[in-house]
Design a protein around this ligand. Structure first.
Ligand code: ADP
Ligand code: MG
Length: 401
């Protein structure tokens, strides 16, 4: 008799035998046999179901164990909380970071977090609240034992919230150390730049003074006094540049015509430019509007660009300055046909004290950028070695305050 399950699946055969000589099977016998076969089919079906379940349960347990091991091997603390903030899972790192015993893990968040500082716990609670409403928040807390923990909470699909905790103490320390080193290096660089800059004119001054002392005639002495005066002026300019750098930019804005600023500046620099063999052409743009700007600072910035351009053209050359009104800004271009800037220097151009000149301070462009950015503008540079360099200042249009 076939063993047929309720799902009409054949799962076996029931063999019934009688000893020889006995009578054959009548209808009743066959019905009885079929009834038994149905029961047997059910039993076989149940047995295989149980076996399948057990295999599934074993596989599930193995997966869960594997999952736990993977989680435990992570350096990050991972905690899964349900909506009632009960602990669904907390890996070994989480317990370690929260200074909890490994063998009796807490079953709710409050207990799990009890060794945190009140401020730290409050910060993480804010993360949890944010995550519960669907926002992922990240906080860094500093515990009284100087540990820095970075905590992220996000909404988990099945169980309320997943918390990830990382100990970033080492990173924070390295970053601080780096910052200190950077500051020290900058101070060192600045000190030596200043000392270097001051020594050159000082040497000239003491030399000229000695020569003046040795002079027999008044006119001769006056000649040397002139040198002393020039070098003193140079020192004064240097001090201005260093002070500009140290002070930061406080703007004193007023209605400013860029074209007037450039024209005035070129007049002031005239003799200096002629002396260096620089021929300047200025092409004011059409209808360049009056903008709100700090005239003196702007003039200083453009002056730095002109000086750099002149210095880049050894033995003199053509320097082109132009302005242009655009929809949202005024452009000021300073273009030279000088030595150009190698690719690898472009990124460092605006860094304080970056200079390739023996008498450079490396503060000019740094100050240019600070002034222009204080106006809400930007500085761009394009350059080709051996061909020339173009600096473009972009100043936003601003009507009256
Ligand atoms: P400094 O002029 O004192 O060196 P800057 O900040 O003005 O300092 O300029 C930094 C460096 O950028 C210069 O030393 C030079 O190498 C490079 N540089 C700036 N402007 C130009 C230019 N127009 N052409 C070529 N190089 C330039
Ligand atoms: Mg310069």
């Amino acid at each position: 008799v076939p063993l047929i399950t309720l799902q009409a699946e054949s799962v076996g055969i029931l063999n019934i035998c009688r000893s020889t000589g006995a009578q054959g099977y009548d209808e009743n016998d066959l019905e009885g046999a079929e009834a038994i076969a149905r029961h047997l089919a059910l039993a076989v079906d149940n047995a295989s179901l149980v076996a399948r379940h057990k295999a599934d349960a074993d596989r599930y347990a193995a997966l869960a164990e594997q999952n736990r091991r993977v989680l435990d091997s992570l350096p990050s603390g991972v905690i899964a909380l349900d909506r009632a903030r009960r602990v669904v899972q907390a890996n070994a790192s989480a317990l370690r970071l929260l200074q909890q015993p490994l063998n009796h893990p807490a079953t709710d968040w409050e207990t799990l977090a009890r060794n945190l500082s009140p401020e730290g716990k409050a910060a993480i609670d804010r993360c949890l609240a944010a995550a519960a409403s669907g926002n992922e928040l990240r906080v860094t807390i500093e515990e009284p034992d100087s540990r820095h923990l970075q905590v992220r909470a996000s909404q988990g699909a099945a169980f309320g919230i997943t918390l990830i905790i990382d100990d970033i103490t080492h990173d924070v320390e390295i970053e601080r150390e780096l910052q200190r080193t950077r500051t020290l290096a900058e101070v060192g660089q600045m000190t030596s730049a200043i000392a270097h800059e001051i020594r050159n004119p000082l040497t000239s001054i003491s030399g000229a003074a000695q020569m003046a002392l040795d002079e027999q005639t008044l006119d001769g002495a006056k000649g040397w006094a002139k040198v002393v005066q020039q070098e003193a002026l140079h020192l004064n300019d240097l001090c201005d540049e260093f002070l500009d750098f140290a002070k930061g930019v406080a703007l004193n804005p007023g209605e400013t015509s860029i074209d007037a600023v450039v024209s005035e500046l070129l007049m002031q620099m005239d003799s200096q430019l002629i002396e260096s063999g620089t021929r300047v052409s200025f092409e004011p743009g059409d209808q360049v509007p009056i903008i709100l700007a700090d005239k003196a600072k702007l003039s200083q910035a453009i002056r730095n660009l002109i000086l750099n351009g002149a210095e880049a053209m050894v033995g003199g050359g053509e320097l082109r300055i132009s302005t242009e009104a655009q929809q949202n800004c005024v452009l000021i271009r300073v273009e030279d046909h000088g030595i150009g800037i190698p690719e690898e220097n472009l990124a460092r151009l605006f860094t304080p004290f970056f200079t390739t000149k023996s008498r450079g301070t490396g503060l000019g462009l740094c100050n240019v950028r600070r002034v222009i950015e204080a106006h809400g503008g930007s500085v761009e540079v394009t350059s080709r070695v051996g061909v020339g360099t173009e600096f473009t200042l972009c100043l936003p249009l601003r009507t009256r305050p």
